[in-house]
Structures are given as structure tokens and as C-alpha cells.
Design a protein. Structure first.
Ligand code: ADP
Ligand code: ADP
Ligand code: MG
Length: 449
């Protein structure tokens, strides 16, 4: 096993990894930007190295600085967390070239799945259903128009190298296409350095369902159930549940079967997630594979009893999977709710929920400064219970217990959301927020008056 690992990330995930390393008797070194000098991850680690200024481009995304930090502190491996360099094939390759283990799949696998259009083609060849769409990268607006006409509107323009919902445009008719094409190209260019686009048919009222997998280098692949991540704001997940309420065993099996096929098709190892959209008839279509640990991984952890970060580290060290499908607990329900900062500033009084069935992953403490440089997510509240109603009630009381003073957050919004009939029914789809947020805001305003 590794003796020392560099954590190349920040916020709650850096802390999550540091905690795991401590439990595994592995030393942790946190690479941080000047903005994160006073972070809990830095304080909790065995050592830390400043890798640059606040701007991510000069610190967390600075590949050479991260590699240098690992080499100069005698680390054998790098954990990239999520976001930043976690799905960067060039970085994974640089790690290999410098004799460092990248905790994730190989550079080749990241490359294969990071090109979302090529991944679609690989899935088609391997019998995994994909959303009907363009056959390759779009070469011009004219080609986009022809393809959209064939598929039938509405369609979705997507960035080939996209992530975090950027470079994506819903197009409802030919008159919108040209403008969307140019703005999506520009956005993708700015975010990913490459503006290439492809097209998919827009699935009406879709649900976002994803399957967590773990695979080792010996060809053992297990699925750890599905997560319903249909509660989204601007294509960013807000709340996740497992299992997906109301999914029949047949659909569940079909999705996990496709996830295993997807993993096999690219020779996958490490923790990974296969994402699907489900249409109104519960047909599942592959949309992409995330070749990293995800923000919402704790919801699966509390549901299955499997420490995904630990498994990821063991797999990277060349160990066999520690668990079999049969050993996974997987009873009951789990819910995760993300809390985001609405403004930057210093955290005042802070109190997080505790008690039966509650887990909180957060890097906050009183006096901590939420800066404008990174993701606004400040906490994840995860609850587990026997039934879905039980976890909804547990989430409500957990949100009631939570006090975050000093900066405005979306805590009230998340609380009111748990009372929305569509959420309670569990049948909401990805358009929920757009349609319902004004009403929820109104409930909050009325409640406060
Ligand atoms: P998930 O929430 O399923 O883990 P996301 O696609 O929402 O996956 O991305 C995870 C995190 O990484 C989010 O905080 C998001 O803002 C960030 N992120 C996504 N893509 C990138 C990228 N290319 N560069 C930097 N951060 C990214
Ligand atoms: P990203 O890499 O930015 O995460 P995804 O391909 O995973 O991009 O899509 C982001 C979100 O957009 C999905 O979670 C889903 O809600 C929605 N989405 C993606 N593809 C489709 C589609 N073909 N039809 C309807 N919604 C879609
Ligand atoms: Mg996605």
C-alpha cells in the first residue's frame, strides 16, 4: 500500500480524502492555493504544500505545480478528487511519466470517455443504448441543421469535451440553431479549450439516473446501485437519492447491465459513474461516463456501507476489490442534499445536524472565509433510513437543525423543497427547478413575513 499520497483538491472533498487516508494509515499531503491556506484539509493533513495563487488556473489546474508538490514531498500517488484535474488525461499521463500513481483510471481510459461523442460510438458498438443523435462531431452549422432536422426538434447541442453542464444548449426549432451553435461553441472553447459540438435528441421530461461502479485491474466489476440526480439547477445536481424511487427491478437491472457493459467496453478500473437519462416510458439511454469520484458519492456510501474512496485508493495500488456484490448492504433509502453559498464572506455561528442516520461532509468552521474563487458548495447533508418517508423526515429535521450564519445560503430553499408534492412523490424530472423554483421562493418569502 502507498505510504504517502498528495491530495490535489480543496473544500469538502479534500477533507474527505484526508480523513480516509488517516484511517488507512497513509500519510496525506494537501496541495493548496493561497486562498485555502486556512482550510480544514490543510490542518488535518500530515503536511501541506502551497501550489500557487487563488486562481485555479495557476494552482489547482497547474499540472506541473501539482506534480512538483508530489515529488518534492515524497508522495507516491495523487488523488485528484472531482472537478479540476480529475478527468484530465494529460495530467494522468504526466503522473505516469513522473512515476506517480494517478488515483483513477488510466490516461487512455479518461481520454476515451472524455470525448463524449467517441464514447457514444463505443457504447453503440457494445450494445449500450444511447440517446439518438449525431453520428460524429458536427463540422458546421449546416450539418447541425441537417442532423437536427433528421432527429426532429427539440434537440440538445452538447460540447464533446463538456462537463458541469457547460457548452450545452436546448434548441427548440431551426430558427434558434445558428445562435445556439455559436454560443455553445464559444462557451465550450472558453471552458474546455475545444469548441467541438455534437447533437442529441432532447428527451422530454427526463430523469437523470446514474449507476456507481467499482472495478479493479483484474476484471472484477461491481455496481453499487443507482442514484436519482434529477433535481438539478442549470444542469448542476442539487439533491440525490438512492435507490431511485419507483424504478422497477427490470429497469434497474437493465441500467446496471448497461453500466457494466460500458465499463467493460473501455477496460475500466477505479470508481466510476455511468450516467443515463430515462424517458417517460422508463427507457434508459447512456449519456456519459464520469471517470472519477463524484460529488454525490456519499449517498451511495451510506446506502451500501462501502467506502468508495478507500476502494479507489486500494484499486490504484493494484489491490483486488474488497467486496462482492452479495456483501453490499443496500437496504432502505438514502438522500443527499447539497448546500451552496449565495454570497462570499466569513462564517459566523455554525451548527450542523447530528444524530441517528445523519452524515455531514463539509469543510466549514466558524471563522472560515468562503471565497469567490471556486465552487459555491459548502456542505452535503446525507441521511439514511428504512423508507423514503423516513429519510425525507430525517432530512427535514437535519435541515432544521442546521445553522449557518455570516453568509446567505440556499438552506431555506432546500428545506421548502422537501415539502413540494412532486418531490415527495419522487417522480420529479430535471425540469423541476425551472418550473417550481418561483413557487418555492414564494413559500419562503411568505414564511419569513
Ligand atoms: P457531479 O456533480 O456529478 O460529481 P459535475 O459534472 O457536476 O459532476 O462536476 C463535479 C464538480 O466539478 C462540480 O463542482 C463542477 O463545478 C466541477 N467541474 C465540472 N467540470 C469541470 C471542469 N472541466 N473543470 C473544473 N471543474 C469542473
Ligand atoms: P455534463 O458532462 O455537463 O454533466 P451531461 O451529458 O451529463 O453533461 O448532461 C448534463 C445534464 O443534462 C444531465 O444530467 C441531464 O439532466 C441533461 N441531459 C443530458 N442529455 C440530455 C438529453 N439528451 N435529453 C434531455 N436531457 C439531457
Ligand atoms: Mg454529466
Amino acid at each position: 500500500m502507498f505510504k504517502r499520497i498528495l491530495v490535489a483538491n480543496r473544500g469538502e472533498i479534500a477533507l474527505r480524502i484526508v480523513r480516509c487516508l488517516r484511517e488507512m494509515d497513509i500519510e496525506s499531503v494537501v496541495a493548496y492555493s493561497t486562498a485555502d491556506k486556512e482550510s480544514l484539509a490543510v490542518m488535518g493533513a500530515n503536511a501541506s504544500v502551497c501550489i500557487g495563487p487563488e486562481k485555479a488556473g495557476q494552482s489547482y489546474l497547474n499540472q506541473d505545480a501539482v506534480i512538483q508538490a508530489a515529488l518534492s514531498t515524497g508522495c507516491e500517488a495523487i488523488h485528484p478528487g472531482y472537478g479540476f484535474l480529475s478527468e484530465n488525461a494529460e495530467f494522468a499521463r504526466k503522473c505516469e511519466q513522473n512515476g506517480l500513481v494517478f488515483i483513477g483510471p488510466s490516461a487512455g481510459i479518461i481520454e476515451k470517455m472524455g470525448d463524449k461523442q467517441a464514447a457514444r460510438e463505443l457504447m453503440i458498438q457494445n450494445g449500450v443504448k444511447v440517446v439518438p443523435g449525431s453520428g460524429g462531431i458536427l463540422k458546421s452549422v449546416e450539418e447541425a441543421k441537417r442532423t437536427a432536422e433528421e432527429l426532429g426538434y427539440p434537440v440538445l447541442l452538447k460540447a464533446v469535451y463538456g462537463g458541469g453542464g457547460r457548452g450545452m444548449r436546448r434548441v427548440s426549432g431551426v430558427e434558434e440553431l445558428e445562435e445556439c451553435y455559436h454560443s455553445a461553441t464559444a462557451e465550450a472553447e472558453a471552458a474546455f479549450g475545444k469548441g467541438a459540438l455534437y447533437l442529441e435528441k432532447l428527451i422530454r421530461n427526463p430523469r437523470h439516473i446514474e449507476v456507481q461502479i467499482l472495478a479493479d485491474r483484474f476484471g472484477n466489476i461491481i455496481t453499487l446501485g443507482e442514484r436519482n440526480c434529477s433535481m438539478q439547477r442549470n444542469h448542476q445536481k442539487m439533491l440525490e437519492e438512492t435507490p431511485c424511487f419507483g424504478l422497477t427491478e427490470r429497469v434497474r437491472k437493465e441500467l446496471s447491465g448497461m453500466a457494466v457493459k460500458a465499463a467493460k467496453a473501455c477496460g475500466y478500473f477505479s470508481a466510476g459513474t455511468v450516467e443515463f437519462v430515462l424517458d417517460e416510458e422508463n427507457n434508459g439511454y447512456f449519456i456519459e461516463m464520469n471517470t472519477r469520484i463524484q460529488v454525490e458519492h456519499p449517498v451511495t456510501e451510506v446506502f451500501t456501507g462501502v467506502d468508495l474512496i478507500r476502494q479507489q485508493i486500494r484499486i490504484a495500488a493494484g489491490r483486488k476489490l474488497e467486496i462482492t456484490r452479495e456483501e453490499i448492504d443496500g437496504k432502505g433509502y438514502a438522500l443527499e442534499c447539497r448546500i451552496c453559498a449565495k454570497k462570499t464572506g466569513k462564517i459566523g455561528y455554525l451548527h450542523f445536524p447530528q444524530g441517528y442516520g445523519v452524515r455531514v461532509d463539509s469543510h466549514l468552521y466558524t471563522g472560515y472565509e468562503v471565497t469567490p474563487f471556486y465552487d459555491p458548495m459548502i456542505a452535503k447533508i446525507i441521511v439514511k433510513g428504512k423508507t423514503r418517508l423516513e429519510v425525507i423526515r430525517r432530512l427535514r429535521r437535519s435541515l432544521e437543525e442546521t445553522v449557518i450564519e455570516g453568509i446567505p445560503t440556499d438552506l431555506d430553499f432546500m428545506y421548502m423543497l422537501t415539502y413540494h408534492p412532486e418531490f415527495i412523490k419522487g417522480t420529479y424530472h430535471t425540469g423541476f427547478y425551472e418550473k417550481q423554483h418561483a413557487k418555492i421562493e414564494q413559500w419562503i418569502a411568505e414564511g419569513i413575513e
